[in-house]
Design a protein around this ligand. Structure first.
Ligand code: NAP
Length: 297
């Protein structure tokens, strides 16, 4: 695409659907990669409400859109609207990438791989440790899968609605059982948010991952015993912001390591870019664009 003249009749589109979507930094990352590769492609954000999700997905082949990222609140519902799904999207019960394969919609999910590679890049050791995961939606299921792949010894899923935590724990227990030769099912537990102030649980935590939007809009985060955690416990917030998030600020104040979800966003975006365009973005371009958008150096 010629940056001076913008998209032409030949420009191929990729996109993100969300509600809200105005805050999304994905367009900045993907368009920076297109510019670096001099590709005649553009990535745009569409505000799609739940009532219009089906119509919007149906329009993808009609408009010749190559691929679409899905964000809150569409990831789970979109599953039923795909022609085919990867095993990982099925396991996570959520789709964050829709690939247009000759007019058929193929659903994948890059969140678990994005989180796993960020934790590896940041040298966070999860092997043999207790991972406490807050939330029970699509992002939490990605965190559970990443924790399993990184060798967590035990996983505690803490959620406001305990029945959702139970459902997630059961589905991963089945996954571990079907995989065979792995750990016993009781290594994944479902609890309420009160577990976050339980001294025994928090005293054993190797990593605490926030996979909820808590702190994003309301500013408030549920009670959590930061000081009970071991000094080397890592706090990871899937939310990313210019400053320390409501979840991370007390962790940092108490001398714990805190990491926000910027790296996960970059890594899932790199994987999505490859799925949509069949080519990898140049190294570091999406990271630089995101850091610029976040006002970080
Ligand atoms: P979701 O499916 O809507 O899940 C929301 C979860 O948050 C549920 O477990 C819900 O609990 C809990 N929750 C919501 N509001 C709450 C509140 N006020 N108090 C306590 N719990 C609350 O969303 P999602 O797709 O899993 O995403 C979760 C977060 O992760 C979002 O902020 C999203 O932006 C972020 N995320 C970041 C990345 C990244 O790349 N950095 C990737 C994916 C997601 P109930 O079950 O009780 O309703």
């Amino acid at each position: 695409m010629d940056p001076a003249h913008g998209p032409s009749g030949r420009t191929l589109l990729t996109a993100i659907f969300g509600d809200p979507v105005v805050h999304s930094l994905s367009p900045a990352m993907h368009n920076a990669a297109y510019a670096a590769l001099a590709m005649d492609r553009a990535y745009v954000a569409f505000h799609v409400t739940p009532a219009h999700l089906r119509e919007a997905l149906r329009a993808i082949p009609a408009l010749g859109i190559a691929g679409v990222n899905l964000t809150v609140p569409h990831k789970e519902r979109a599953m039923r609207m795909m022609a085919t799904l990867t095993e990982e999207a099925r396991l996570l019960r959520a789709v964050n990438c829709v690939i247009n394969r000759n007019g058929e919609l193929h659903g994948d999910n890059t969140d678990a791989r994005g989180l796993e590679s960020d934790l590896r890049e940041q040298d966070v050791t999860v092997t043999g440790k207790l991972a406490v995961i807050i939330g029970a939606g699509g992002a939490a299921s990605a965190a559970v899968l990443a924790a399993i792949r990184l060798g967590a010894a035990r996983i505690v899923i803490c959620n406001r609605t305990i029945s959702r935590a139970n459902r997630l724990a059961r589905s991963f227990a089945q996954y571990l059982g079907a995989r065979g030769g792995g750990r016993p099912h009781e290594t994944i537990e479902a609890r309420g948010l009160d577990a976050l102030v339980n001294a025994t649980t928090m005293g054993a935590a190797g990593i605490v991952i926030n996979a909820t939007p808590m702190g994003l809009k309301t500013g408030a985060f549920t009670s959590l015993s930061y000081t009970t955690t071991p000094a080397e416990c890592v706090f990871y917030d899937m939310i990313y912001a210019r400053e320390a998030t409501t979840f991370l600020a007390p962790a940092l104040a108490n001398g714990r390591r805190g990491i926000d979800g910027a790296g996960m966003l970059i890594n899932q975006g790199v994987l999505a870019f490859e799925l949509f365009n069949g080519v990898a973005p140049p190294s570091g371009v999406m990271r630089t664009a995101l850091m610029l958008a976040l006002g970080r150096s």
